[in-house]
Design a protein around this ligand. Sequence first.
Ligand code: SF4
Length: 172
Amino acid sequence: MTLPDLTEDCSRCAALCCLAYPFEAREDFGLLKQADTPCPNLAANFQCSIHKDLAACGFGGCVAYSCAGAGQRVTQDLFEGETWRDDPDLLTHMTHALRVLRPIHEALLVLQEAAALPLPRDLQERCAGLTRALCPGNPSSVWDFQEDSVQQALAEVPEFVGRVAPFAQAQG
Ligand code: SF4
């Protein structure tokens, strides 16, 4: 089993994070916006027009954000490089897919870190089993990630993290 790329590559994404999520008043964004709405700072080439000044402009939330590689996977693998600007009908399908894949990629990152810990065998096997369950074979659409087996594994990750926390703390 090969893990997907878990590091974001904005050059291969259609700026889905700048589109999918709402900015709310309590959050660290310099403006408010609805979900599934392009940020007004997003340029036509899918780059952020204030990228160098994000923190100074009050967009610390963008600095801290990571999609864990879900954005480019949605764009390239599930939508074959098409974008919501090529076809506006794709917009909500792409943002939905990001919202489904991002937590899975974040969970895979956590499991990858757990796998590097000196865990007892039962936890090693649990870690490997959860990782396998979160990586459906040859996925072609978001539906593959919404299967019960994937979502059940995702729901079990927090409990697993609680069990491995003492081993992480022992590592310092
Ligand atoms: S400020 Fe820039 S990085 Fe943040 S959502 Fe808007 S376009 Fe994207």
